[in-house]
Design a protein around this ligand. Structure first.
Ligand code: F6R
Length: 242
């Protein structure tokens, strides 16, 4: 586990964007796993800047998003599909055929999960997976549990995740209760994992996840066992660890 300390959110985002861009420069046809949420927003802005300056080319890049709400269509502004188009894909030269996000409208759960796993395998596996960290230590939507989940699956979101995500919806009732998510095994199979964490509200979970025991009760803790895991964390989020 490599820990890179950043001064603040902006510094964390710049460092993360540089790590992702180094991956793409080294391997132009990289397969990159992406996350939604608030944390990666500025990282995506930096990647867009690098593209606009001519320093980064997404033409051959393939992406797989971690998760998608169950039941939301691509046109729904709260869907992760919409989020990714709006925050990143519409602003770079990625080939739309190379973008993969679970289909939240597919009610055939088994088919959707198998299809997603197969697409990742067919693409040659994920080279670099970007992750944020939930306040309860979730990664993707792998919530705290008694066992580590394996492949892509449909998950019931916990009350704490529903509360954390309701800020994006008109009312709490509108927050979907289920989501497709890559599993822990899917995530751990990535060649490299890059997690970004920022802000005081994450300081307790950073300490528990990376300076405590590996346990499915804190899903992010499993990243300690990954062979090439980098945590880029800002001072506020790291403040309990020193
Ligand atoms: C999003 C995702 C989630 C978020 C996590 C942190 O695709 O998989 O695990 O990374 O909920 O969210 P933020 O960044 O909003 O604190």
């Amino acid at each position: 586990m490599k820990i890179i300390k950043a001064t603040d959110y902006n510094d964390m985002s710049r460092k993360a964007a540089l790590i992702i861009s180094a991956q793409i420069i080294n391997k132009p046809n990289s397969v990159i796993g992406l996350a939604t949420g608030s944390t990666p927003l500025q990282t995506y802005n930096y990647l867009i800047d690098l593209y606009k300056k001519g320093d980064l080319d997404f033409n051959q890049v393939t992406t797989f998003n971690l998760d998608e709400y169950y039941g939301l269509t691509k046109l729904n502004k709260q869907s992760y599909y919409y989020f990714m188009q709006d925050k990143l894909f519409n602003h770079i030269n990625i080939n739309p055929n190379n973008i993969h996000i679970p289909d939240g409208t597919n009610q055939n759960v088994e088919q959707e999960c198998l299809k997603y796993e197969k697409s990742i395998l067919d693409a040659g596996g994920i080279d670099l997976q970007l992750l944020g960290c939930g306040h309860n230590g979730h990664i993707g939507f792998n919530e705290p549990s008694e066992v580590f989940f394996t492949d892509t699956h449909l998950v019931n979101l916990t009350e704490s995740t529903i509360q954390a995500n309701k800020r994006f919806f008109e009312s709490e009732d509108d927050v979907p209760r289920k989501s497709y998510t890559m599993g822990i095994k899917t995530i751990m199979n990535a060649q490299k994992i890059l997690m970004i964490v920022s802000g005081e509200s994450k300081k307790e979970i950073v300490k528990k996840a990376f300076f405590g025991p590996v346990t499915p009760k804190i899903p992010a803790s499993i990243l300690q066992l990954h062979r090439d895991f980098t945590l880029v964390v800002d001072e506020d989020a790291f403040s309990h660890c020193e």
